[in-house]
Design a protein around this ligand. Structure first.
Ligand code: PLP
Length: 487
């Protein structure tokens, strides 16, 4: 009894973590608890005396685990995958055990050096241009917590670059451009920084992709109104439907606005760049030629445990100019000599976790080929789901499938009077029924008035049988909904 666990506790924790994953299919992906269950089960204050560690570990199993939604479950098809691998878990465990807030090189040289190396490995894995490599010394890659942080940091750098070039400009006139499908990170950055954001309309006909003409018109309008476009968040693989903004057209337009910073958010779909056959679809050439910053989340589809978001910039000085504040105690010989990277100037906080360790573990364990194989396998699983949906009379894809995500709704009878309203009603009812189940999780979305269900594949443990089972559940529930809806 006491504060210190026995030597055995660590081995037990690893065993229990493995057991959890090996026995995942004995439970569903959804949590099986009601709101407030934990407050009822726990005392209302911390214990006065240290408790027996075994009791705490056992309570984790009995109280906490049932309240977990298991994003790594093979039947989890909601949101986007958050990859978890044993390699990533162990890398994170080592990092947690050495919590150096490695904000500069001196703080812990290995933290800075490994991050610079694995971000270059990853840039090469994804086919990014040398301009984004740390080893070239001008641009570079840095790990952020999330894509939202990556977006915010990019916008901070963009704002700083713009205001340095145009010191006369009233900051309240700066505008960030997004689309109605961009992740909320664009709007949030504007909110935090007190800037304007304009969400451009995108259409079903264009598969929700931002087109050059739309951007051109908005920029022209705003400049005529005395505003200053300074940043665009373009997306490769939007959250709702996996839409890919037309970067070829966007960059043609952006050529006319050299001060417009283009941040490419490929938080989810960026992992597909590991496979040469998807690079064209993701506009890699354009990213390499023009993007000022690029983000992909290792922790989504990149096999690395949450949290771990990769941000690459073409010109690191924009980050440093925007974020460097150096009191005397942070000055160091190597930083002053410019021989090392000071990652504290590449993100918002000072201290930073040793996240590169888990990327290193994962990339070495999987290798480039293993990484590619995982991406290709999950895409082919989604292709299987797509062909099942296409073979059904009841379900209809709303947009073309994007990599490993499909968006569908329940079709209405051909003679239905208000077709879209009927489709929406049926799909809402289907989503409600699926939400009451514990054996599958999917997410809803609305695409320009169309209520849809998203099906995102990505768990490293999903196999064909899970796709087939999910389709059967969805079809049975859809048929039940249609029968219930009959007059
Ligand atoms: N960008 C896209 C395209 C996303 O789909 C998401 C999350 O789903 C995000 C950004 C936000 O990711 P994070 O939670 O890392 O901020």
């Amino acid at each position: 009894k006491g504060i210190f666990p026995s030597n055995y506790a660590g081995y037990q924790a690893i065993d229990r973590i493995c057991d959890f994953y090996y026995n995942l299919e004995k439970r569903g992906p959804a949590a099986d608890v009601e709101p407030g269950y934990l407050r009822k089960a726990l005392p209302d204050h911390a214990p006065d005396q240290g408790e027996d560690f075994q009791q705490i570990a056992d309570d984790y199993l009995s109280l906490i685990q049932p309240g977990l939604t298991v994003w790594q479950h093979p039947s989890f098809f909601a949101f986007f995958p958050t990859a978890a691998t044993f390699e990533g878990t162990l890398g994170d465990l080592y990092a947690t055990a050495i919590p150096n807030p490695g904000f500069n090189w001196e703080c812990s040289p290995a933290c800075t050096e490994l991050e610079a190396v694995v971000m270059d490995w990853s840039a090469k894995l994804f086919g990014l241009d040398e301009a984004f490599y740390n080893e070239r010394g001008r641009g570079g890659g840095v790990i952020q917590t999330t894509a939202s942080d990556s977006g915010l940091v990019a916008i901070v750098a963009a704002r700083s670059a713009y205001t340095r070039a145009h010191p006369e400009v009233d900051i309240s006139k700066l505008v960030i451009y997004t689309t109605t499908q961009t992740h909320s990170l664009g709007k949030k950055a504007a909110l935090i920084l007190g800037l304007r954001a304009r969400a451009l309309d995108v259409t079903l006909e264009n598969a929700f992709s931002l087109r050059g003409t739309t951007l051109q018109a908005a920029l022209g309008e705003d400049i005529n109104a005395g505003l200053h476009p300074f940043a665009l968040v373009a997306t490769v693989g939007t959250t709702s439907s996996g839409a890919i903004d037309n970067l070829a057209e966007i960059f043609e337009v952006a050529k006319g606005y050299p001060s417009l910073w283009v941040h490419v958010d490929a938080a989810w779909a960026g992992a597909t760049l590991a496979c040469p056959e998807y690079r064209r679809t993701c506009y890699l050439d354009q990213i390499n030629q023009f993007a000022d910053s690029f983000c992909m989340n290792f922790h989504k589809w990149g096999l690395v445990n949450f949290d771990c978001s990769g941000l690459w910039v073409r010109d690191r000085s924009c980050l440093i100019d925007a974020l460097d504040i150096t009191p005397e105690f942070l000055r160091s010989k190597h930083s002053e000599e410019g021989t090392v990277i000071d990652y504290r100037n590449w993100h918002l906080s000072l201290g930073r976790r040793f996240r590169s360790l888990k990327i290193w573990f994962v990339l070495r364990s999987y290798g480039v080929q293993g990484f590619q194989e995982y991406i290709r396998r999950t895409i082919s699983l989604n292709d299987r789901f797509v062909s099942l949906v296409q073979s059904s009379d009841e379900l209809l894809l709303v947009t073309p499938p994007s990599f490993a995500i499909s968006v569908f709704h329940v079709d209405a009878p051909a003679n239905a009077e208000h077709k879209l309203a009927t489709q929406n009603r049926l799909t809402q009812a289907l989503h409600k029924r699926l939400g009451e189940r514990r054996d599958i999780v999917v997410t809803k979305t609305v695409l320009n008035d169309i209520f849809c269900i998203r099906f995102a594949v990505g768990s490293a443990r999903t196999e064909e049988r899970h796709i087939d089972a999910a389709y059967t559940i969805i079809m049975n529930e859809a048929r039940a909904v249609i029968v219930e809806d009959l007059p």
